[in-house]
Design a protein around this ligand. Sequence first.
Ligand SMILES: [Mg+2]
Length: 403
Amino acid sequence: MASSNRTILHLDMDAFYASVEQRDRPELRGKPVIVGGDGRRGVVSTASYEARIFGVKSAMPGYRARELCPDGIFVAPRMSRYAEVSAALMAILARYSPLVEPLSLDEAFVDLSGSERLLGSPEAVGARIRAEVRGELQLTASVGVATSKFVAKVASDVNKPDGLTIVPPGSEPSFLAPFSVERLWGVGPKTAERVRAAGFSTIGDVAREPERARSILGELGDHLVTLATGRDSREVVGDHERKSIGAERTLMHDVSGRDAVMRQLRPLCDEVAQSLRAADLRAGGVRLKLKYADFVSVTRDCHLAAPAADSATLHDALGDLIVRAEVDRPIRLVGLAAFDLHPAARPAQLGLFAAPGERHERLERAMDAVAGRFGSNTLRRGAGAAGGGADGTGGVLPQGRRR
Ligand SMILES: [Mg+2]
């Protein structure tokens, strides 16, 4: 818990897919490159900085990107290429620490705690990693270094692209203060409404009135105060540990619209939660995956207020994430992954309060026990049972479970 003893680096590649395309195809350099489709069903996966100037963003419908940036060059994603580059990136990071936790292809935490004498100051390590990425991959990365994962992640974003931001121990609260509450982990759009209604709009507002945050927002308030004061104690989880538990389904018929997608996700949440409990794990983060009819996929992820292993918490988190994804076009596959896994036996990382999902988890564990004796369809959650197929799109084709 002595957070000031820790040194955590967060690295995030700049406009990753678009930058790889510009690197591999010199004719694209300096041009507005949009990875994704521009057709009626296309969606933007990543835009180069030249395209972002026009307002093109990830997850935007392709036709909208085309309107904003008529000269944009649309490029189909090459996921296997990006995965190759990602492997080379993670290999660079592994030179600096045995504890590297990838969050996605282009993003990772590295625990540098205690390595200062061997490797040099955080500034020096951050600079060296960025130089190696530039030299070996011909790509740029932004890096944040701080005493916790949360602050490091916020830091890597502030000087993007091609930035290095160090938040020295002790300066976390003043560094975080100006950011809006949406930056806090566990605060999706729905939660943000609650937090803002309570009169907290910046992280500094929360840090200044911890008692009021706790009394109005309860456990959530306690969690937010912990983050807002820079005391996040989550650990970097090394690559050798199990990274995620997920489930996805290719739908028999494409669906669109938030409610329809959420209905499809309900049984998958049950499945993932059950797998988590079976493995005695809790998830600190949840990822939503959607694949559109044109086979372009998007993912959105978030961290939970406290590690959870219950379907209700997973489903709520997906409800927050879906607001950040395009759902008004035909979707052929839905999925989720639970990541940032912690042994359930270990006390919740944020320590002082009971995880909000713990009650649900106990209930669902009891249901697991009954299901184990009588077959899995004996008991179903009310909402889950109501969600199956009423709209005529409920049929699903099971797909391989992913880890
Ligand atoms: Mg990135």
